[in-house]
Design a protein around this ligand. Sequence first.
Ligand code: PBG
Length: 325
Amino acid sequence: MSFPDKRLRRLRRTPALRRLVAETSLSIDDLVAPLFIREGIESPVPISSLSGVVQHSRQSLIKEVEELNSIGIPGVILFGVPEHKDAEGSEAWNDEGIVQLALRDCRDAIGEEMVLIADLCIDEYTDHGHCGVIRKDGSVDNDETIQIYGKIAQAQAQAGADIVAPSGMMDGQVRAIRSALDEGHFEEVPILAYSAKYASGLYGPFRDAVDVTITDGGDRKSYQQDWRNGREALAEIRADIEEGADMIMIKPSIPYLDVLSEARKVTDLPIAAYHVSGEYAMIKAAAEQNLIDGSAVALEQLTAIKRAGADFILTYLAREIAEVL
Ligand code: PBG
C-alpha cells in the first residue's frame, strides 16, 4: 500500500460516492411531531420561546395533523394545556379532557393513517407543576401517582391513543400502566416509556408551551435523572423493559448520545430519542442571528441521533425537516 493511505478520502470525492457509502440516513418515517393542544381557545397561540410552534385550538390541531399526514410524517405526540389545574391533575383522566377530545378529533379526521401518541403525565394538569401528586411536606408521592397514571392511560386508550408515553419518571410507572391498560381491555395499546429522562435545563421553552411553573421555585431532580450519570440510565431502561415497556426513550438527545449508543447495546426493542424544546430553540436562535445555517445543523443533529442508535425521533423540527428530505 502506498503511503499515505488515501482510501477513506477517495470515497468522499463526489456527492454520489458519499451517498453510496453513507452509514446512516434520516427519513421522514423516523419523525414524530410534538403538538400542543390548549383548551378554550378559538385560534392558535404562538409560543414565544419556541419560534414556529403554537398552542393549537381543536380546529387548528386537526388541520395540522392532516397536513403532517399529507407530507408523510408517521406520528404525532399530543400534550394538553387544560383550562383548570388542580392538585391531582384530574383533567388528565377526564373523558372530556382536552387531550381525550383531541385524540377523538384526530382519529375522526385521519383514521389510522397516523400514529397518535399521548404523552402521559400530570405536570401540565397540576396547579403545583410537578409530575406527581405531592405530600404535605412537598415531596412527590410515587405510589399514589402511578395509580393516577393508570387511570390516565385508560382514558387515553379509550379516546383512541395508539400509544401511551409516560414521561413522569415515577418508579413502577410502566408496570402500573400496563396492568391498568390490560384491566381496561386495552391489551393492544403499547407503552413508549420515557426511560432515561434527565433533569435537564433544556425543557424551559416546553414549560412555557404548557404553562407550567413548578411551585416554590422547585425542580424535578428528585425524580428525573442526574446528568452526571450514564450507567444509571441503563438501569432505568432495564427496569422499564422488565416492567413491560414496548419501546423506550432517551431524553434530551444531543447531550446524551453516549447513553443512546449504550442503550442500543442493551435492547433490541425500538428506541426513541426526544430532541427537546431547548435543543430546538438553540438552533432557531442561532440561525436567526445568522450564526449557523439552521437547516444544515438540524439535519446534522437529527442524523447524529440516528447514528447513535435511535429508531425514531420526537422533534419540533419534524415538519420543516420533512420538507427538506
Ligand atoms: C413532562 C414533560 C416535559 C417534557 C416532555 N414531557 C417537561 C419536564 O419534564 O419538565 C419536555 C419536552 C421538551 O422540552 O420539549 N410531562
